[in-house]
Design a protein around this ligand. Sequence first.
Ligand SMILES: Nc1ncnc2c1ncn2[C@@H]1O[C@H](COP(=O)(O)OP(=O)(O)OP(=O)(O)O)[C@@H](O)[C@H]1O
Ligand SMILES: Nc1nc2c(c(=O)[nH]1)N=C(CO)CN2
Length: 162
Amino acid sequence: MRAVLSLGSNLGDRLAYLKSVIGFFGPAVVAVSSVYETKPWGVEDQPDFLNAVCIVDDPARDEWAWLRAGQELERRAGRVRELRWGPRTLDVDVVTVDGVRSDDPELLLPHPGTPERASVLIPWLEIDPAAVLPGHGSVRDLLAARPDSDRASVRLLQPFPR
Ligand SMILES: Nc1ncnc2c1ncn2[C@@H]1O[C@H](COP(=O)(O)OP(=O)(O)OP(=O)(O)O)[C@@H](O)[C@H]1O
Ligand SMILES: Nc1nc2c(c(=O)[nH]1)N=C(CO)CN2
């Protein structure tokens, strides 16, 4: 199935952690956004994040397989879960998987934070200008509805290193 993944890191070698995801998924990677440096939302007293969004497609992976793969990569990044919305070496969120809707707390789809997160909407729009968040409309409209300060908290840093 085709998934949109959001990648984030604000501890250690942030770029290397993002690259580890793209390397791991290899030929399943359909598109990767640029790398953005973003002001932290949620818990604001923490280092800036690097964020990117990728689109992956693999007929052998369903939504649970994408979730587990992301968690395995977080584990390999030595991620320690402490604070909700706190600092982390690597965060892999499953934003959407095709049109799947899920209210299982282990796998909420689409990811409920997405409409409010310019750090996801901006990189996603970059790689898919026609993107739609199932149940919420176009990513373009969601982004337009955010305050200027949100959009300004997301800065294009560099192309994704391949
Ligand atoms: N779409 C999803 N993608 C990734 N994890 C999800 C999703 N839906 C639910 N979860 C669950 O969320 C938990 C991970 O939460 P995590 O610590 O990464 O939250 P967070 O990144 O701090 O906050 P947020 O989920 O708001 O981004 C996991 O137990 C996972 O099962
Ligand atoms: N800018 C930004 N802020 C965050 C992020 C993130 O990826 N980017 N992830 C968080 C953990 O859920 C908390 N805050």
